[in-house]
Each structure stands twice: as C-alpha cells, then as structure tokens.
Design a binder for this molecule. Structure first.
Ligand SMILES: CC(C)(COP(=O)(O)OP(=O)(O)OC[C@H]1O[C@@H](n2cnc3c(N)ncnc32)[C@H](O)[C@@H]1OP(=O)(O)O)[C@@H](O)C(=O)NCCC(=O)NCCS
Length: 158
C-alpha cells in the first residue's frame, strides 16, 4: 500500500520552523556546487527572501503542506513573479520541496495537484517556475507534470 499523504493549508504558527528549514535547504542546494557562497551572507539573504515574498501573507502567497502519516513531509509555495519583458505578474512556484525521507512516494505530485486545482479555482491560466540545470530530479518531475522550457539561462566562467 502507498504512503498516506494528506495535503492541507499552511499554518504559519505551527509550520514555520519546518517550512523555513526545508526551504533553506532547497534554496541553498539551488546554488551550483562550483559557485562560491558566503554562508553568512546567504543566510541573511534567505531571511530577506522569506520576509519579502512572505509565505505567511495570504495577499502575497499561497502555501500547501504535505503530511505523510501525520508528519510534515513537504510543501509548495506559490507567489508572483514579474515577467522581465512584459511586466506581467505570473503566478510562480518559488519552492516545491519534499523531505529526503519522504521522496519517491508521490508527495510532490500530490502537492502539485493541489496547487494546480487551487490555481484553476482562482481563474489562473498558467504556473511558472525556475529549475536549476543541476537539479535532475526536479527536471524529471516537471517534465512528468507537463511543464515546457521557456528560457535557458547561460553563464560562461572567465
Ligand atoms: C524534486 C522533488 C520535489 C520530487 O519530490 P518527490 O516527492 O520525490 O516526487 P514524486 O515522488 O511525486 O515523483 C513524481 C515523479 O517525478 C519524477 N521524479 C521525482 N524524483 C525523481 C528523481 N530523483 N529521479 C528521477 N525522476 C524523479 C518521476 O517521474 C516521478 O514519478 P515516479 O516515481 O513514478 O517515477 C524532491 O526530490 C525534492 O524535494 N528535491 C529537493 C527540492 C527541489 O529541488 N525542489 C525543486 C526545486 S523548486
């Protein structure tokens, strides 16, 4: 039998520590391994990102939490991103993360299913996100979910 996955609304008071710890790991792992990082500055910037994009503010964000057998297993955080070219406000998945011990059980699919249903109910017609080139698991997940690449971000080391 598969894992008992439930999806519920984020409760900032109850979920804050789990949310921030998992989101921090995902954002930290998003920096490619060959790029130098000042850990203290990264921590400070992460705190700014969370304060600015405010997952705890329903005017700015929607967050769903997944539980497996009653314990926090992952989350999805959606906000808005300004399109560079058109200035359009696109609904944007800032983070979809599952704790390592709960992976490959369909938790990400369940979280995305919920957020897609929520987005449709809001009358939204697209969801965007960024995925890093080194993150093969996430690329496979988004391919599985029907996302198509819109941009390719390049860099050259000098
Ligand atoms: C990417 C991530 C969210 C996937 O979560 P998950 O709960 O393990 O994913 P699911 O079990 O729902 O997988 C659904 C499908 O995605 C694909 N997939 C997920 N993880 C994969 C992996 N490690 N390798 C290959 N395909 C993978 C598969 O097609 C999978 O279906 P299958 O298990 O039937 O083959 C998880 O690995 C994670 O939290 N990674 C760290 C955070 C992150 O990088 N988030 C994305 C950036 S925003």
């Amino acid at each position: 039998m598969g894992a008992a996955i439930t999806i519920r609304d984020f409760d900032p008071q109850r979920d804050w520590a789990e949310f921030v710890a998992l989101n921090y790991r995902t954002f930290r792992d998003s920096v490619p391994a060959d790029e130098p990082v000042n850990e203290a500055a990264f921590k400070q910037h992460h705190a700014w990102l969370v304060a600015h994009f405010a997952p705890n503010d329903p005017r700015k964000a929607k967050v769903f939490v997944a539980e497996v057998s009653g314990a926090y297993a992952g989350h999805v955080w959606v906000g808005n991103q300004t399109d560079f070219f058109t200035k359009r406000q696109d609904p944007w998945i800032f983070d979809l993360s599952v704790k390592p011990t709960c992976r490959r059980k369909g938790v990400a699919l369940a979280l995305h299913g919920k957020v897609e249903q929520w987005a449709r109910q809001q009358g939204l017609t697209l969801l965007g996100l960024q995925v890093m080139a080194h993150n093969e698991a996430a690329q496979k997940l988004y391919e599985h979910l029907g996302y198509k690449a819109r941009a390719i971000s390049l860099k050259k080391t000098l």
